[in-house]
Design a protein around this ligand. Sequence first.
Ligand code: HEM
Length: 458
Amino acid sequence: MKIYPYYPKPIKNKASIFTRYFKNRRSWLNSLYERSYTMKMGEFKVPLIDIYIVNEPDLIHRVMVTEVKFFPKHHLQHEMLKPVLGESIFTTNGKVWKKQRELLNPSFEMTRISHVFDLMQEASQDLLARLEKRNPNTYTDIDKEMTFVTADIIFRTILSKKLTLEEGEKIVKAFEIFQETSAKITMLKIFKIPKIFHSKKLESSYKESGNIIRQSLADIIQPRYDDSLNKNAYKDILSTLLKVIDEETAKPFSFQEILDQVAMLFLAGHETSASSLTWTLYLLALYPEHQESAYEEIIHACGKEKFSVQNIKELTFLTKIVKESLRLYPPVSFFPRETVEATTMRNKKLKKGSVVVVSPWLMHRNNRYWEDPHMFNPHRFDDPKSIHKHTYFPFGMGQRVCIGSAFAMQETLLLLASMIREYKLEVEPGFTPDIVGRLTTRSLNGLNVKFIKREGVS
Ligand code: HEM
């Protein structure tokens, strides 16, 4: 019997606007119909705002690449993330975004160097030490572990600082609250629910959680910013940001600008990778035959030696597993854009200010382009030419494509290889993830996996 990895069962009947509202407040993935996966374009009308989902490769390419300037990132996403990210490249548009991206690119050039790989390796050793201390007979919530280790890697590579368990718990908790409250507040805004009906508690936990994250980062950045004579003392991403000079103004980034970009890199850089790692571990635990092939590949590439950048490049099957996991569970499940002028799509007239959503979750599971789309099958990626154009984009597409994709792939492969080499993974029998698609695709009830030490591993 075929085993399918979990995904929320599509709903059967056309739901009322209120049902959709309440389902969406929880997560949009729970309010999809079977047809949502195959439609070319969907329309979702709520009072005073038109929302369209484009789900056809050429339309997606139009929104993300050829006509990108007519479909900027949606202003509500910017507003929603502002308490943490300020004015950072994840949500800005136009000239501001262009300048920020140019200034950030050099920082990402430096992530390719081996120094960053060494820092990732140190964090992975600490992860293995934490796993070693667990009771081997119990299930581990890998979502928590992956969130911590990816946050730790971002701390080490951006700020040259190890994340302490206490600081990690504080920031992760704050971000959980921020994700939940910001999703609810955005739904209230989309449905134009007047402010007097917004709960004060909701608004204050949203702002407070944002402040906690920002303040923790500000406390680390401030002394480095003030110590301007010592800019070469570190080899991290913050040091490249501190040195960048804007050619137009001949000025460096201000403290607030640096804080905005660091906060954005911290969140964009760990939440997504944690989601990708968690879902990949779940899939490996669910499919022992693929897990064993990955293990053999790792042993063949590196034995029991310390991993090198070259070893990681040799893990071609594990790379296919990660790609397939990013297909089934894209960490960013939807990209919201807005129309800057009226336009036409598939004979539909879209007003200026309409919301246009591109969703890798839907396109990656569309049976027009993927055979048996809800099934886990890493061999789909054996022949890259067999993948239809513009149907696979876990890192986005066009000029707004993820700046950290190479960083993320290296980190994901290294952490997976380190864990699989030491442990066999088993998923908890009967466990069903409570999957939600908010800022990232996560399981609200965690994800329980048993780590069983492999024989012969000291
Ligand atoms: C598996 C891990 C990751 C996934 C799946 C992912 C996915 C994405 C996606 C889909 C976008 C585009 C969103 C849109 O068009 O609306 C994006 C943008 C971005 N990502 Fe990632 N990301 C990952 C890891 C990272 C890491 C590790 C970093 C940094 C350390 C990072 C930094 C960014 C930044 C700065 C942007 C905004 C780029 C721009 O708009 O110019 N991401 N990411």
